[in-house]
Design a protein around this ligand. Structure first.
Ligand code: WTA
Length: 650
């Protein structure tokens, strides 16, 4: 088994769903599993027809030319008609789609009918700027209602969106716009974060000054009155374009395989991959999992996914699935500690939230803040608690269970990826007896298997996580790079999708996700590639060579530690270390800024010249050093360890 996989102790506690929960659950027995095991294509076809409204029914469920899948290929639907028009037509126009809460405490609600009007108008704005089906638009926005409106307006007319997380840098905007030849950027003057207005538009300006020549126009929503520079002819105010726009924009039927969006994610090389998601299969699996994993009751629930739409969790579980299922969602702009550490619990109480979906890193932070914070508020409205993004430690699971869930609410630990589009491995709250720290089992219609180094299935113990059959919301490829799609996901184990994660199967058949086995780090649930950070480090003029590892971090899961060798005459100093660290923040965005940059005389390498990251991880974690016998110069590690111990970080 790979060295990166550490198997922790088997957790003995189990939690069966309560009789009261089972009695009201959307699904409470094994019938979905049985149906899907018998014929998974028929199972998904039934879900597609039950959960969605098709303009033209499909005759073929799956066309599988390994590794290329087409689901419901000759069917036609419009994603936004499924998210909006059909609900309005069914008399649900006055139902609230979003209860939006700004960080400073301002709030707004938007009904399904209002959202449909805004989306139709903005779709006409896009058309007015010359955008057509098949074009790609970049979106770089804070968590304001204009963000889902912009995404849905694109979807309405067959324009694919590429949302760029608001914490990313100008370079990230350039790379993503160039790769997709984006014609338009939709942004805002800024958004509120940690108590103040953080500007976004200047980052777009900088990107467009230096690159991204495909971008012809910029639309700017005004959130913070920051009064940004507006370049005549290129930059347009959202509210001015919308004032002129007609609300008449009928939803056109689209092919099921129409590209819905690109979302860039870090891989093991320095270039992020544009993950492609299409329409019919994506909406089927996200709507299915949303309904059954969160046990959604659209008429009474107030659902809250506390993620950022800049990541896949927000795409699938703030925008597309909740709207397809006609639920009322809470959407929050800011950070959980602003203006105080009970902000999330205040929001749960204020809106009477029934489902809360968050990340283990957030739960660990809440644990640190203490139980007095949630105790200040009434959390009794909660019915189901979800987590996503990284393995949840049993301690954090138990804390969530006891202090947020009052020991009664089911917890759904959902394993999935940008590439999978929707949940893949998770309990079903009315069916599964959970174990703290385990994501339990693959959902009905998804087939997960652990394999060893040779690709042989593992009956019990550690292995690599693979998926053995196609699933409706799977990525359709990497934008512009078919070969990379095959190489990354389908070549390590023949005929299997390789997720890049290690996992363990216990004797009861429960899956325990153990983290990445490749050079991808997981920082607070966000994927960051070691190579990408290394490239940004060596981009600094003082750096000759760099190696990056994810060290264990109590709060963020992993923390980025950069080891650098200086060029020629540069002298090591704390100031230079800080400057190099900042440089990465500017190049890639704050989330990729290393927690520490350690200046070292040399890096441990194998005789073939490969950097031995495992050793650096051991040093960063303060662990006993593993085997160093394949090192070209074993004394290097001792030197680095001595440097790390003497506190060469900040
Ligand atoms: C990790 C986020 C353990 C995993 C939806 C995966 C998890 C990567 C879990 C995908 C979980 C996500 N338990 N690990 N419940 N959920 N991961 O693309 O390593 O941002 O490969 O998608 O996060 O991250 P991504």
């Amino acid at each position: 088994m790979s060295e990166a996989i550490e198997v922790y102790e088997v957790e003995g506690r189990t939690f069966a769903p309560s009789a009261a929960f089972v009695a009201q659950a959307n699904t409470a027995d094994r019938s979905f599993y049985e149906e899907a095991d018998a014929d998974y294509e028929a199972f998904w076809a039934r879900q597609a027809r039950e959960l969605l409204t098709w303009d033209k029914d499909f005759t073929q469920t799956l066309d599988w030319q390994l590794p290329f899948a087409k689901w419901f290929n000759d069917g036609q639907l419009n994603v936004t008609a499924n998210c909006l028009d059909r609900h309005v037509a069914a008399g649900k126009g006055d139902k609230i789609a979003y209860m939006w809460e700004g960080e400073p405490g301002d709030s707004k609600t938007m009904t399904y009918a209002e959202l449909l009007t805004e989306v139709s108008k903005f779709a006409n704005v896009l058309k007015g700027l010359g955008l057509q089906k098949g074009d790609i638009v970049a979106i770089y926005m804070p968590m304001i209602l204009e963000l889902p409106i912009a995404m849905l307006a694109c979807a309405r007319i067959g324009v694919a969106h590429s949302v760029i997380f608001g914490g990313f840098s100008a370079d990230a905007i350039i790379d993503r716009c160039d790769d997709a030849e984006a014609k338009l950027v939709i942004t805002a003057d800024g958004g509120y974060r940690k108590g103040s207005a953080a500007a976004l538009k200047p980052t777009v300006d900088e990107a467009l000054k230096r690159g991204a020549p495909s971008v012809q126009n910029v639309i700017v929503a005004n959130r913070c009155d920051l009064n940004p520079d507006m370049q005549a002819g290129r930059d347009h105010w959202w509210h001015e374009l919308m004032a002129e726009a007609s609300a008449d924009c009928p939803a056109e039927p689209m092919d099921a395989e129409q590209l819905l969006y690109l979302l860039y994610t870090s891989g093991t090389t320095s270039k992020p991959k544009g993950i492609m998601h299409t329409s019919g299969g994506y909406l089927t699996q996200t709507a299915f999992t949303h309904k059954y994993v969160f046990d959604i009751k659209p008429d009474t629930d107030i659902y809250w996914c506390a993620a950022d739409i800049g990541w896949v969790t927000g795409h699938s579980y703030i925008v597309y699935a909740p709207l397809a299922n006609c639920v009322t969602s809470v959407m929050y702009e800011g950070t959980p500690d602003t203006p105080h550490k009970a902000r999330l619990w205040e929001i749960v109480e204020k809106y009477k939230v029934t489902q809360l979906y968050t990340a283990p890193t957030a739960i660990r932070m809440f644990m640190k803040w203490g139980t007095q914070e949630p105790q200040k508020h009434d959390l009794s409205s909660l019915r189901v608690l979800g987590t996503v993004g990284e393995p949840i430690n049993p301690e954090a699971w138990m804390w969530y269970h006891e202090h947020i869930g009052g020991t009664e609410r089911p917890i759904v630990d959902t394993w999935w990826q940008t590439e999978t589009g929707g949940h893949m491995i998770t309990p079903l709250p009315g069916v599964t007896t959970t174990k703290p720290g385990s994501a339990c089992h693959a959902i009905p219609g998804v087939f997960a298997e652990l394999v060893d180094d040779e690709g042989k299935p593992v009956e019990a113990g550690g292995g690599y996580l693979t998926i053995t059959r196609p699933w409706p919301s799977m990525l359709r490829g990497i934008w512009g790079d078919e070969q990379r799609y095959k190489d990354t996901y389908w070549s390590r184990f023949e005929g299997r999708y390789f997720a890049g994660d290690g996992a363990k199967l216990d004797e009861d058949g429960y899956l325990w996700l153990l983290g990445r086995v490749d050079d991808v780090m997981n920082i607070s649930g966000h994927r960051i590639s070691t190579t990408e950070v290394e490239s940004a480090l060596v981009d600094h003029p003082a750096v000759a060579e760099a190696a990056v590892v994810g060290a264990t971090d109590e709060l963020t899961g992993q923390a980025i530690i950069g080891y650098v060798i200086l060029r020629g005459t540069h002298e090591a100093s704390k100031e230079l270390g800080d400057e190099i660290r900042e440089h990465v923040g500017v190049k890639l965005g704050k989330i990729a800024r290393p927690k520490a940059v350690i200046i070292v005389p040399d890096l441990p390498k194998t005789r073939s010249g490969k950097i031995m990251r495992r050793l650096l991880r051991d040093v960063a974690d303060g662990r006993e050093l593993g085997d160093t016998t394949t090192l070209a110069d074993p004394s290097v590690v001792a030197e680095i360890a001595a440097g790390a111990a003497s506190g060469d970080e900040d």
